[in-house]
Design a protein. Structure first.
Length: 272
């Protein structure tokens, strides 16, 4: 049995299939850890969703910001962006089943000393604390008030965490931290404008994994979301977004021995 952690797919179906062939993935024995952003901007989001859903328990998926964007668009609470490619999903006869399956995915998976999450963890959260907070969002996504939650999800505020904060502001911060964070202050204030490489951190901020004090520093965070960061493996971090969508590669790491597998992009999308 082997576990393969794979970076952001974003509708790159052919590359996902090629990567699975490259590692000789056997769903009866092996598992995939997918860091989120299964969909959007790439050419085949529908095919990716159907493939991964069909794997059942062989695929562990955490939600990314583009996955949540799909759920908001489908519910009528976000306008479609000019560069999204979600039409085939929204028009599919199995749309309802796929969206319900997607909404049932966790925001964070904690297993032993590893944490699977799309973006990262703010410095004040331990891994068990982050798992519990993710559960609050998951309950909203899976419950009868999903539409109310999705209708108020968009936005960058609050930027800072407060333990006593409640309601939708609390849930929005949890989502933004786990699915959108790149740069963060030592106090846990999130910054969303900067998307470049770590060296371009805004004043007062650092890449979240470089903060000097982090409650989850003992865990290895397996994540994606940051194509300008690319593949990075260091103490406490395994970052896997290698920009397949932008003409890079789709990357997998076999967690048992750290072996890296790369599938080159078939096409290149131009950044706007």
């Amino acid at each position: 049995m082997a576990t393969y952690a794979i970076g952001d797919i974003q509708g790159c179906y052919d590359e996902l299939c090629g990567l699975m062939e490259r590692v000789r993935f056997d769903p009866s024995q092996d598992r995939l850890w997918l860091v989120g952003d299964l969909v959007n901007r790439g050419p085949a989001s529908l095919e990716v969703l159907r493939l991964v859903r069909g794997m059942g328990d062989a695929a562990i998926v955490v939600l990314g910001n583009h996955d949540l964007y799909l759920l908001m668009v489908a519910a009528g609470f976000r306008k479609r962006g000019k560069d999204d490619t979600l039409g085939p999903v929204l028009d599919a006869p199995d749309r309802g089943e796929l969206l319900d399956w997607l909404a049932g995915r966790p925001l964070l998976h904690l297993e032993g000393e590893r944490v699977l999450v799309h973006a990262g963890l703010p410095p004040q959260w331990s891994a068990p604390r982050a798992r519990a907070l993710a559960g609050e969002v998951e309950a909203a996504l899976r419950g009868p008030d999903r539409d109310r939650f999705l209708s108020q999800l968009q936005g960058n505020r609050p930027a800072a965490w407060c333990d006593d904060q409640g309601g939708q502001d609390r849930l929005r911060y949890i989502v933004n931290a786990l699915t959108r964070m790149r740069f963060c202050s030592p106090e846990g204030r999130l910054e969303f404008d900067a998307k470049g490489p770590p060296a371009m951190a805004p004043d007062g901020y650092l890449p979240w994994f470089d903060l000097p004090v982090r409650a989850a520093a003992a865990q290895t965070i397996v994540c994606g979301h940051w194509s300008a960061l690319g593949f990075r493996r260091q103490a406490g971090l395994l970052a896997l977004d290698t920009g397949c969508l932008w003409g890079g590669e789709l990357t997998a790491v076999r967690l048992e021995d750290g072996l890296v597998f790369r599938e080159p992009a078939r096409t290149r999308r131009t950044r706007n």
